[in-house]
Design a binder for this molecule. Structure first.
Ligand SMILES: *[C@@H]1O[C@H](CO)[C@@H](O)[C@H](O)[C@H]1NC(C)=O
Ligand SMILES: *[C@@H]1O[C@H](CO)[C@@H](O)[C@H](O)[C@H]1NC(C)=O
Ligand SMILES: *[C@@H]1O[C@H](CO)[C@@H](O)[C@H](O)[C@H]1NC(C)=O
Ligand SMILES: *[C@@H]1O[C@H](CO)[C@@H](O)[C@H](O)[C@H]1NC(C)=O
Ligand SMILES: *[C@@H]1O[C@H](CO)[C@@H](O)[C@H](O)[C@H]1NC(C)=O
Ligand SMILES: *[C@@H]1O[C@H](CO)[C@@H](O)[C@H](O)[C@H]1NC(C)=O
Ligand SMILES: *[C@@H]1O[C@H](CO)[C@@H](O)[C@H](O)[C@H]1NC(C)=O
Ligand SMILES: *[C@@H]1O[C@H](CO)[C@@H](O)[C@H](O)[C@H]1NC(C)=O
Ligand SMILES: *[C@@H]1O[C@H](CO)[C@@H](O)[C@H](O)[C@H]1NC(C)=O
Ligand SMILES: *[C@@H]1O[C@H](CO)[C@@H](O)[C@H](O)[C@H]1NC(C)=O
Ligand SMILES: *[C@@H]1O[C@H](CO)[C@@H](O)[C@H](O)[C@H]1NC(C)=O
Length: 355
């Protein structure tokens, strides 16, 4: 049977759930509802009013492009400024676009302790790509990757460098939760907290990125959440500069979970002020600090450091290791310059402590 009636064809397309092949432009927050029926959505010079998140859910086979200048109103609240959810979605920005988080209005030197602040952008995207975004001054965390699978993120610049003198805290670049097969490459982050933090997830790649001003690249803290498993992570060919730490693994004290097969390879550290390489098993989630004897319920196994090299400032420490229940580690490092001696306990019994 052949249908020659275009009206019926459109009906069939719609009932089969395919997106409409028309261009749709969001210029005001009122335009957002219904946008997910389209396969080409442009967010153009949008001002998002205070306290209203920009939510695009149910995206399917869609291209979403930020164009021009995107800004957000100011309100002290938790939640996030943007949330995108969908399948087979490409998110990008056209040349010259800028997404201004306006974080300086929230920054108070205290992070979350100074009162509620929104996270910037949460994505729950499967089989999708995000590339070429230019983001400035996030109130707190920049990009949260949550329940996502098969997602590739590249060429993102998060520049919250003004926060260095304007009191920014907790301005993490990327956080990964409960996700699988995520690649983050060729991104640049200027911030004041983790460049990337993996809370849970498997088959993750973080490569060819530049991290400046923050707390370095972290796996963790792992433990005490719903998903407490991190497996198969490759952190390769990244530069970490002007940062508090270089690379870290943090597991939560009195929690259960596991961190398996994490590799840090070809990592360059420059001007690390406090700790070059940190592995701690006694992180206290509520207070965000390590404290007391590690408990070993989140064992770290298969931890490989290959060609991790660079310098720590004179009054910092090259290494700080305090874990329990570690197995099958292999380290090849050349981290020098730090004169402060920190604790160095819990290496696997078959390995010479590296500090
Ligand atoms: C998407 O729509 C914009 C105009 O809003 C247009 O410039 C662009 O070519 C379209 N892209 C595709 C892939 O259709
Ligand atoms: C994904 O979306 C693109 C359009 O953006 C489309 O061409 C492609 O067929 C979709 N892939 C699948 C598996 O649906
Ligand atoms: C992504 O895939 C996961 C696992 O298949 C599924 O649970 C989740 O609902 C999907 N998310 C979206 C937005 O489709
Ligand atoms: C991820 O990709 C794999 C391999 O292509 C595929 O089997 C799986 O269904 C995909 N998962 C999602 C949620 O798209
Ligand atoms: C991840 O998604 C869950 C809902 O499935 C939500 O409760 C949680 O707050 C989200 N996490 C982040 C960090 O956005
Ligand atoms: C991982 O995701 C990519 C798309 O980002 C996909 O091409 C690949 O097949 C996925 N691999 C697995 C093992 O799921
Ligand atoms: C990497 O990102 C820079 C900008 O941050 C961009 O100019 C360059 O084209 C990107 N390279 C690749 C290979 O994607
Ligand atoms: C080293 O990094 C710190 C920030 O962590 C910064 O204040 C300082 O200016 C940097 N030093 C150099 C020489 O770049
Ligand atoms: C970790 O790597 C080892 C050695 O390659 C392998 O035997 C083990 O199955 C891996 N474990 C996970 C959880 O990927
Ligand atoms: C050490 O890890 C193993 C799993 O690798 C676990 O069975 C054991 O309970 C852990 N030990 C402690 C003291 O938590
Ligand atoms: C270790 O790094 C220092 C400078 O950071 C360098 O002088 C030295 O040659 C390196 N050692 C090795 C064995 O590569």
């Amino acid at each position: 049977m052949r249908c020659q009636c275009s009206g019926i064809t459109i009906l069939l397309l719609m009932t089969s759930g395919a997106s409409l092949a028309f261009n749709y432009v969001i210029r005001s927050i009122e335009d957002v509802s219904g946008a997910n029926k389209y396969d080409n959505i442009t967010i153009s010079n949008l001002h998002v009013p205070a306290g209203i998140p920009l939510i695009l859910v149910g995206l399917r086979n869609a291209l979403v492009t930020f164009e021009g200048t995107i800004t957000f109103g100011f309100k002290r609240w938790s939640g996030q400024l943007m949330l995108f959810k969908g399948n087979n979605v490409t998110v990008t920005g056209s040349p010259g676009h800028q997404i201004f988080g306006g974080g300086e209005r929230w920054w108070d030197g205290y992070g979350v302790l100074g009162g509620p602040k929104p996270k910037f952008f949460e994505v729950r995207l499967n089989h999708s790509t995000i590339f070429g975004l230019r983001i400035k001054n996030t109130p707190m965390h920049a990009i949260s990757i949550n329940h996502s699978n098969n997602l590739t993120i590249s060429d993102i610049v998060v520049d919250s460098s003004e926060g260095d003198w304007k009191g920014a805290k907790r301005t993490d670049g990327f956080n990964i939760y409960d996700s699988r097969n995520i690649t983050i490459k060729n991104c640049t982050v200027f911030n004041q907290d983790d460049c990337i933090a993996v809370k849970s997830g498997t088959d993750l790649v973080f490569q060819n990125n530049y991290c400046s001003g923050g707390h370095g690249i972290s796996v963790g803290s792992v433990g005490g959440r719903k998903n407490n498993i991190v497996e198969r992570v490759l952190v390769r060919n990244n530069i970490i500069t002007n940062s508090f730490n270089g690379i870290r693994v943090k597991t939560v004290k009195n929690a259960v979970g596991r961190v398996s097969n994490v590799t840090f390879q070809d990592i360059t550290l420059v001007n690390i002020t406090d700790y070059g390489v940190t592995m701690v098993g006694n992180y206290i989630l509520e207070r965000g600090v390590p404290e007391g004897e590690p408990t070993g319920g989140v064992p770290i196994s298969g931890l490989r450091l290959m060609n991790v090299h660079g310098t720590v400032n004179g009054d910092g420490s090259n290494f700080w290791v305090w874990v329990k229940n570690a197995t099958n580690w292999k380290w090849q490092t050349n981290v020098t310059g730090g004169n402060k001696v920190s604790r160095c306990e819990g290496f696997p019994s078959d390995m010479d402590p590296m500090c």
